[in-house]
Structure formats: structure tokens, C-alpha cells
Design a protein around this ligand. Structure first.
Ligand code: ME8
Length: 519
């Protein structure tokens, strides 16, 4: 049987400014999924990158007296550095200004031209430069001719343009969405897209005069005076990064295995592009559609919309500061723990501190140190074998089995909050088990050593399972914790993991606390 694959993507981020918490959120979520499925034995491909064309970049570059390429070369490094600092293990990083991408975008557009899905027309209307989005008259009017996202005034355009026959593919798209309940997640977003589609969709202007962009863009293959609309250019990255469509003999067959993509992870702001433009383009090209597009919610900071003027903007430097105070693993954990994935959330340093103390220091860290300490003291630092029956251990084992059973289904649906709830349920159940059974009192009575052995095996086994499940979210912390149980990650992950795999005799060695106290 061929190995199961998992291909996950983040949006490719604009290089007009440095990364912030929002970018880190999507990228961390994708990294956690990639690590989880890798550990489950799937062949994973994780793609991220940067979106470098378009008027937004051209204008930002001009404001800084740079060329768009200089700006892109400058800002891309901030993204790449932040991903390294957050321990993101992506397999590829695509930049839309790379020749490997540009030539393939042209090949895709040429195919659409050849099959008469692109025609010449005239675009008259509104454009949201911040979003790089064409806006209809009625939407523009409803928002007082301002951007619904950035509130900046819309720009008026009247120019010749090439159009993609988007409307021709909308009926097939609606059918696809209805037949595939997991195509757009969460469900509320899927309903939103369906309702908006029901209002009718016009064909899409997909080119801009290249001179208006100072030549910065992918030229239309049939008309080099025009550049491919930045969203058509950008969305194609998910396909071109795999080396497709094939050009010459540089094609790497391995990549073909990853299409159709399993998951496009995006923020809710860019759902329409991903759920309508991209699939219609793929339908036209007769390329299979991605399996799932998941739109997560938006972060505010300290109760307000993030903005540089309000001073609550959480930039790459702020993220590094938070990671320095706690650790990058704690930051990763908090983003996925604090908010149900799919809902909006607020980043608050007080909340981070509270969760750090309650869940990580007093929960996970305390459980590990109590367990390793007692094994050290009472069993010469070797995990004991189960001896006497301890009825109270059933609750721990049940919580562990609920976690083992529930982990993959939660990850299938990007429900990180459900996943981490299951982890914390086991942490609490095991800490409670220690409080109830009081192993430190049993140690004084040699006749009760058999009961003590079962209790400590149960704790150690629970810790192994907890740290194994935390590993995709907190890779370094999990590695250090498992090291104190004499294990590496491979001993705590994988599809075949089950209760009881911890071998008695494993050497436990007390180490530094996983979560030092912070005031
Ligand atoms: O839209 N909360 O790039 P972009 C949560 N280049 N996530 C947020 C966020 C917030 N406050 N702000 C941004 C683009 N994001 C296009 C994408 S894809 C083919 C092209 C995240 O730099 C979220 O994932 O504006 C959102 O979708 C993405 O950053 C937008 O990044």
C-alpha cells in the first residue's frame, strides 16, 4: 500500500511589511499539523512563502525609496528568520518572484487562454489596494467607498483588462461545495460562501496594465503589456511549488503525489479568494480541487484591533520578546490553546501568564517532576512494573485512551482546542490521581510497595502519552520532558501508540523544571 500523504499550505504573505502575530498563527498551526501527521507516519509536505507582486508592494517600495525587488528581498528575510525562531519545519518556501513560479503561472494562464476561458474586456469599478481586491459597486457603496478590511478609500479604475470566465464555473463549484462538507471549514464559513455565491458572481478581471505596476508582475502570456492579477498569480503558488504544471525535465515526480492538496490553512479575510477564485480556476483547468480550505479567525491584541498607532501591534520583535520571556514552545501552545480554532480571539499577556502557571507549570511541569522524583526516590530511578491492582488508576487510563483515540480526529478537523483539552484532561486526571492515592505516604510501608509501583507506572505512562501528544505543539519541551523519562519522541508517538507501551525498567533522571516560575 502506498504511504499516505499530507500536503498543507499557509497563505503566502505580502512582503509590504514585517510579519506579526497573525502570520505566525497560521504558520504555527500548519507546522503543528505537519509535525503531527509526520509522527503518524504520513509523507508530509508543508509549504509557506511570500506574495511579492501587486500594487500594494509597488507602493510600499516607492514609499521607502526602494525597488519592489529590493523591498521583497529585504522583507522576505524577516519572514524566514521568524519561522526559524519559531521552530517552523516547512519543506519549501516559495516566493512569487521566483522564475520557477512565474513561468508556471504563465503556463496555467496560457492554458486558460487556449481554451477560451479568458477574454478581453474593460474593467470599470473599484479596487481595494490593501486587499488587492476588485469591489462591486454595491459593496463599495455599503462601505462608504472604503475598504471593509482596512477602512482606506477605494481606488477607481477604468481600463482595458483580460477577464476569466469565473461565472461559467460557479454552478460546478456550488455543486462541489454541497457534495463535500469538508471542502470549506468551519461550517459557518461554508454557509457564508454558499449564500454569497447564491447572489450571483461576475467574471473576474485578471490583468492589470504592467506599466501601472512599474513592470513588477508576471506578464500575461498572450499580452505582455498586462500583468497577471496578483491573486491569480498568488493562488497558483500552491500548485506551482510542486513543480507543476510540468515544464521541461526538471519535474520532480515525488511532488505530483501531493496534489490534490489536503489543506489550505488561511485567515477568514481571504476565504473568498480561496473558496471561489482558486477552485473555479482549477475546475477550468481540470485540476482536482484541494480537499479542505480552513479559515481561522482573527486576533485582536489586549482587547482592541491591532494597530501600530494604538501601540498594541504584536510584531515579529514582540513575538521574539514573548518567546524570550517564556519560550517559543509556550508561545506556540498559547496561540492554539487560548482560542477555538476558527473563532476570533484576543491576545492578552495576562492570559498567557495565567495559562502558563495553571496549565504548564502547575499542570504538566509539576506532574513530570513529581513522577520522576518519586521514581528516583522509591525505585532507584527505574520505572517500576505494574504490580497490585489500583482501582483509582482506571480514571487515568480512561483519560489517556480518550486522548489517544481523539487526537487524530481532532487534528483531521484542525480542532487544536479539542486536542489540547484532551491533553489537559489527562494532566488533571493524573495530578488528581497522585493527590488521591498519596504515593509519598505509601512509600513508608514496605507491604504497600506493590501498590506504589502501579501508581508510579501509571503516572509515568500518562506523562509519556501527554508529552508525546504535546510534541507537535511544543517540540523542544516534549523532548526535554521525555528525556527525563529516558525516552525520545519516537517512543511516544505514532499510530500504534497505546496505553502500556512504556517498558518497566526505563531509567528516569530528574532534570531541570520544564516551566520555571514567572511572576
Ligand atoms: O492576504 N489574526 O497576505 P497577508 C489572525 N498575500 N491571522 C491573521 C491576522 C490576524 N489579526 N492578520 C493576518 C495575503 N493574518 C495574501 C495571501 S495566499 C495565496 C495570498 C494571517 O500578508 C491570516 O492567515 O495579508 C491571513 O489570511 C494572512 O495572515 C494574510 O496575510
Amino acid at each position: 500500500m502506498s504511504e499516505q500523504t499530507f500536503y498543507v499550505t499557509t497563505p503566502i504573505y505580502y512582503v509590504n511589511d514585517v510579519p506579526h502575530i497573525g502570520h505566525s498563527y497560521t504558520t504555527i498551526a500548519a507546522d503543528v499539523l505537519a509535525r503531527f501527521w509526520r509522527a503518524q507516519g504520513r509523507d508530509v509536505h508543508f509549504l509557506t512563502g511570500t506574495d511579492e507582486h501587486g500594487i500594494k508592494i509597488v507602493k510600499s517600495a516607492a514609499a521607502r525609496e526602494m525597488t519592489p525587488r529590493q523591498l521583497a528581498d529585504d522583507v522576505v528575510v524577516h519572514f524566514q528568520d521568524l519561522w526559524k525562531d519559531l521552530n517552523i519545519a516547512n519543506d519549501d518556501f516559495i516566493r512569487t518572484s521566483q522564475p520557477r513560479h512565474e513561468q508556471r503561472v504563465q503556463a496555467l494562464v496560457q492554458r486558460l487562454v487556449d481554451q477560451d476561458d479568458i477574454y478581453e474586456g474593460r474593467y470599470e469599478g473599484w479596487y481595494d489596494e490593501g486587499q488587492e481586491e476588485f469591489v462591486t459597486e454595491s459593496t463599495a457603496r455599503d462601505n462608504d467607498y472604503k475598504s471593509a478590511i482596512t477602512s482606506r478609500p477605494l481606488t477607481r479604475y477604468s481600463e482595458s483588462s483580460w477577464f476569466f470566465r469565473l461565472s461559467k464555473y460557479v454552478p460546478a463549484l456550488i455543486e462541489h461545495i454541497q457534495a463535500h462538507p469538508r471542502f470549506i471549514l468551519p461550517e459557518a464559513r461554508r454557509n457564508e460562501v454558499l449564500s454569497k455565491l447564491a447572489l450571483g458572481v461576475e467574471d473576474l478581471s485578471i490583468s492589470r496594465p504592467l506599466e501601472k505596476l512599474g513592470g513588477w508582475g508576471v506578464p500575461m502570456p498572450n499580452d505582455p503589456t498586462h500583468s497577471v492579477y496578483v491573486w491569480i498569480d498568488a493562488l497558483s503558488n500552491y500548485y506551482t511549488a510542486l513543480g507543476m504544471p510540468k515544464i521541461g525535465d526538471e519535474f520532480d515526480g515525488r511532488c505530483e503525489r501531493f496534489w490534490p492538496c489536503d489543506l489550505h490553512l488561511i485567515g477568514k479575510d481571504i476565504l473568498w479568494f480561496h473558496a471561489v477564485y482558486w477552485p473555479c480556476m482549477l475546475l477550468a483547468l481540470k485540476i482536482p480541487l484541494p480537499k479542505t480550505i480552513f479559515a481561522h479567525g482573527w486576533w485582536t491584541a489586549e482587547g482592541k484591533k491591532m494597530s501600530k498607532t494604538l501601540g498594541n501591534f504584536i510584531s515579529n520583535d514582540d513575538i521574539r520578546h514573548i518567546c524570550g520571556t517564556y519560550s517559543r514552545d509556550v508561545y506556540r501552545y498559547f496561540l492554539l490553546r487560548a482560542v477555538n480554532f476558527g473563532s476570533d480571539g484576543d491576545f492578552s499577556r495576562d492570559q498567557l501568564q495565567l495559562r502558563y502557571n495553571a496549565e504548564l507549570a502547575n499542570g504538566v511541569g509539576n506532574l513530570l517532576s513529581r513522577t520522576v522524583n518519586m521514581i528516583g526516590r522509591y525505585f532507584d530511578a527505574a520505572v517500576p512494573a505494574v504490580q497490585d491492582d489500583v482501582p483509582e488508576a482506571v480514571a487515568v487510563r480512561e483519560a489517556a485512551e480518550a486522548l489517544l483515540r481523539g487526537a487524530a480526529p481532532a487534528m483531521e478537523l484542525c480542532q487544536f482546542h479539542v486536542y489540547l483539552d484532551l491533553v489537559m484532561d489527562l494532566v488533571y486526571a493524573t495530578n488528581k490521581f497522585i493527590d488521591v492515592t498519596e504515593p509519598f505516604k505509601l512509600a513508608k510501608d514496605a507491604a504497600r510497595k506493590g501498590r506504589l509501583a502501579t501508581i508510579l507506572y501509571t503516572c509515568a505512562e500518562a506523562v509519556r502519552i501527554i508529552l508525546g501528544r504535546l510534541a507537535p505543539v511544543m517540540p523542544e519541551t516534549a523532548r526535554r520532558g521525555l528525556g527525563q523519562l529516558g525516552l525520545d519522541e519516537s517512543a511516544a508517538q505514532g499510530q500504534a501508540d497505546r496505553w502500556g507501551l512504556l517498558a518497566p525498567g526505563t531509567a528516569a533522571a530528574k532534570g531541570e523544571g520544564l516551566f520555571p516560575r514567572k511572576s
